[in-house]
Structure formats: structure tokens, C-alpha cells
Ligand binder design. Structure first.
Ligand code: ADP
Length: 424
């Protein structure tokens, strides 16, 4: 039993006994007990009132001195109050710290409630979007009315961030990355990516320029090497023929690399030229001839197509992408393999697939194959003489033609590269 309750009970028993004895001597037991009980209750009430007063004052300071049950209750309340105060102070400190951290961020942060109204923002968000205090609790789509942004927020699909120019300063580019949390609320992170994009543009330009500049010296080198190779080899020192052959091979590789880099840079920095309906049947014909030549007729290449496989696009770019896929099937697979090119059409798309039953690719590498210079097997790739840029070119061409590349493969069983061009 609680100590206070024990003391209280003892006190009541002693009081009842004392009142009983007093009543016995004055001959009015009931009256004396009633009077004494009344006084005890009044005294208790006084203690309760003092406790109330203390609580109404916010429980500040030390609670009123008391003994027995009320002393226990005051102590417990006091302890509870102290714990609450400490928890509140801790919480305040955390909130203050979070505010300081979010204020120090260069990224803007806006919290949106379930109705997509603005609940809170940090100083960077106010700076980037020009938010004012009266914008609080306004729907975000009233503050940023760009149709692409409105559609983005309403779609609720936030796997990829949205990039938009700043409304009143189109030179600057912002990236919006929403994350859903709590009760369908949104934490919207806003980044100024102007500098990043500028650097990216500079990188693209640099790669484009340097690969372009490399072409002239490479042409000169190739010319001289060919002239030297045409000379009578017998009059040259014995080490020369081998050296010249290797120089020829390496300049040829550098030529291919420069050409692919120029092509990639053009795909990245320009828009698609005027498109025309391209018939894929005649487009594939020279590709298959070149593939046969590359293979030395050692691969079994078959071609099947639907009726009139027409595709709106740029014939040169499509040739480049599709030939890369066919040449890859030859280059990366041993002689004797079957390579099947198939064109099919359904209601929504034209599908071109290039399948082989060769060595295949470990599924581990598939997601990264379209990255520049990524090779599934570097030792095999060096022998094949590829630039490592083929699939990157394919990806870019397809992007410009409303297309998508999917790669399916089982190691040891071959690979299928499918280009799906949306026609509707
Ligand atoms: P590369 O110039 O090396 O061919 P790509 O970008 O065209 O560069 O291809 C990237 C890598 O993908 C290749 O190095 C090769 O490892 C793999 N690859 C592409 N096509 C095939 C295929 N049909 N079979 C097996 N591996 C392939």
C-alpha cells in the first residue's frame, strides 16, 4: 500500500477513536463524530483547493505542502510536471535545431498538406520561388501555375523529378523532387540546377569539339600510314611492317571512336531533323550485307518483317542505331550463331528485335549496358574492336524517335535487343 494512503487511514482511525471517546464522555457520540468528520472533510477540501490553485497556475514551482494521500498526489503531479517540462524543452530544442538545419540548406524545402496546400517552407524555398507570408496555406498550384508543374503535382507520380525554369527568370532552372510522407503529405525539395546544366552543356560541347578536332589529324595519320604500308616492305627495317600494321589498326580504332563521339554529341545537343516515313525493309538490306561481310558469312542472319514497316524518323539515325545492334550480334558472338532480325507491328507500336543464340549477357550488366564505355566483358570487347559507345548511341536515337530499348538475355543462351517505337 502507498505510504500516504496508510498515513491517511491511520489518521482517520485515530480521529474516529478520539471523537468516539470524546463523544462517550460528553454523551453525544453521533454528534461529535459528525462534527469531527465535517471538520476533517473541510480540512481535506482546503488541501484540494490549494492543489487546484497550483495546477491552475500552470503547475509552476513547488506544489503546496501536504501530507497523507494529498501529499502523495502532489508529489506524483510534481514529478509528472517536471518530466513533461523536460520533454517539452527537449522537443523545442529539436525543433529549433531542425529549423536551423533547414535554414542552412541551399535546397528549398516546402511541406504540403494532403490537399496540396503550403504548410511550411524554409528560407531557401522562399528565395527560389519568391514566397511571401500570405502564401501560407495557399494551394501550391495557385503559387506555381505552370501547366507542367500543376500536372506533375496532380499526377502523384514522383519517381522522376520535374525540371522547370524559374517563373520570372527563365535563365535559371529548378528541379522539383517531391516525397510523400505521413498522412499523404509532401516534402517538396527544390534545387537550383542552373549551374549543373551549364556544366553539362560545357561537357557535351567539349567532347563534341575535341572529337571533331581529332578527325583532321587522324585523317592525316591514316593517309601517311597507308602510304608507308604501300611501300616495298623489303627495303624497310624488319620491325617496321608489324609496327605499321598496328599503327594502322589503332588509328582506325581512334577514327571509329571519334566518329561515334561526334555522333553522340550531335544526338545530345541537337533536335531531331525533319522526320519522314522511313521504310525499314530497304534500310535493313545494306545493314545485313555489311553484317555478313563483318561476319565473313560465318553467322546465320535471317530477316522477317511485317507488311510496310514504316516509321516516322531520320533514316540516317535509324540506320546507325539498328546497324549497331546487328553488328553487335555479330561482333560479340562466335561463328555459327543464328541472328534473327524481326519487325512486327501492333496497334500501338512498331517493334524491331534483334535476337541471337550466342554467348548472352549476365543480367547483372543489363541495366548499365547503354552507359558510355560500359562493357559486359572487357576482355571479349577489346577483341571485338568496338568503341563501347554503340548502345549509348542506340539509346539516344531511340529517345529521339519515341522509342524504347529493352534487353533480355540469359548467359550462355543469347540475347534479344528490342526497339519499341510508339506509333500512337
Ligand atoms: P561495343 O563497342 O563494345 O560493342 P556497345 O555499347 O555496342 O559497345 O555494347 C556494350 C556491351 O554490350 C558490349 O561490350 C558487349 O559486352 C555487350 N553486348 C552488346 N550486344 C551484345 C550481344 N548481342 N551479345 C552479347 N553481348 C553484347
Amino acid at each position: 500500500m502507498q505510504r500516504g494512503l496508510r498515513v491517511e487511514l491511520q489518521r482517520i482511525i485515530m480521529l474516529a477513536l478520539a471523537l468516539g471517546i470524546a463523544g462517550f464522555f460528553n454523551g453525544h457520540i453521533a454528534l461529535t463524530l459528525l462534527l469531527g468528520g465535517g471538520l476533517y472533510m473541510a480540512w481535506t477540501l482546503l488541501k484540494v483547493l490549494r492543489l487546484y490553485d497550483w495546477l491552475n497556475g500552470g503547475g509552476q514551482g513547488i506544489p503546496p505542502e501536504s501530507t497523507g494521500v494529498w501529499g502523495d498526489i502532489s508529489d506524483q503531479l510534481y514529478r509528472l510536471q517536471k518530466r513533461n517540462t523536460r520533454a517539452r524543452d527537449d522537443l523545442r530544442a529539436v525543433v529549433k535545431r531542425i529549423k536551423k538545419i533547414t535554414s542552412a540548406l541551399d535546397e528549398g524545402l516546402i511541406l504540403l498538406d494532403a490537399e496540396r496546400s503550403v504548410d511550411w517552407w524554409n528560407p531557401a524555398a522562399a528565395r527560389l520561388l519568391g514566397l511571401r507570408s500570405e502564401d501560407l496555406h495557399q494551394p501550391i498550384t495557385n503559387l506555381l501555375r505552370t501547366p507542367a508543374f500543376v500536372q506533375f503535382i496532380q499526377s502523384g507520380e514522383f519517381d522522376l523529378p520535374l525540371e522547370l525554369p524559374v517563373p520570372n527568370n527563365p535563365q535559371r532552372l529548378l528541379q522539383f523532387s517531391p516525397r510523400i510522407f505521413g498522412n499523404n503529405e509532401i516534402a517538396l525539395v527544390i534545387m537550383d540546377i542552373t549551374r549543373l546544366r551549364q556544366l553539362e552543356e560545357m561537357r557535351k560541347e567539349f567532347v563534341g569539339n575535341i572529337s571533331h578536332e581529332l578527325r583532321t589529324p587522324l585523317t592525316v595519320l591514316t593517309g601517311y600510314i597507308e602510304t608507308l604500308q604501300d611501300q616495298d616492305m623489303e627495303n624497310l627495317p624488319p620491325a617496321w611492317p608489324k609496327a605499321l600494321k598496328q599503327m594502322g589498326q589503332q588509328t582506325e580504332r581512334m577514327n571509329l571512336l571519334a566518329e561515334d563521339l561526334v555522333m553522340l554529341s550531335r544526338l545530345e545537343t541537337t533536335t531531331l531533323p525533319q522526320t519522314i516515313p522511313v521504310d525499314l525493309d530497304p534500310l535493313f538490306s545494306p545493314i545485313i550485307d555489311s553484317a555478313q561481310a563483318l561476319s565473313g558469312n560465318k553467322h546465320n542472319i535471317t530477316f522477317s518483317s511485317c507488311d510496310q514497316p514504316l516509321l516516322d524518323g531520320d533514316a540516317k539515325e535509324l540506320h546507325s542505331a539498328l546497324s549497331n545492334l546487328v553488328y553487335n550480334a555479330v561482333k560479340h558472338n562466335p561463328q555459327g550463331c543464328d541472328i534473327a532480325i524481326n519487325i512486327a507491328r501492333d496497334a500501338e507500336a512498331l517493334k524491331v528485335s534483334i535476337s541471337d543464340n550466342g554467348l548472352g549477357i549476365d543480367p547483372l550488366h543489363i541495366p548499365r549496358l547503354t552507359e558510355r564505355f560500359y562493357r559486359a566483358d572487357s576482355s571479349r570487347a577489346t577483341q571485338s574492336g568496338g568503341t563501347g559507345l554503340g548502345l549509348a548511341i542506340v539509346k539516344h536515337v531511340l529517345l529521339r524517335h519515341n522509342g524504347e530499348l529493352t534487353i533480355a538475355s540469359t548467359l550462355g543462351k543469347g540475347a534479344t535487343f528490342t526497339c519499341r517505337f510508339a506509333t500512337h
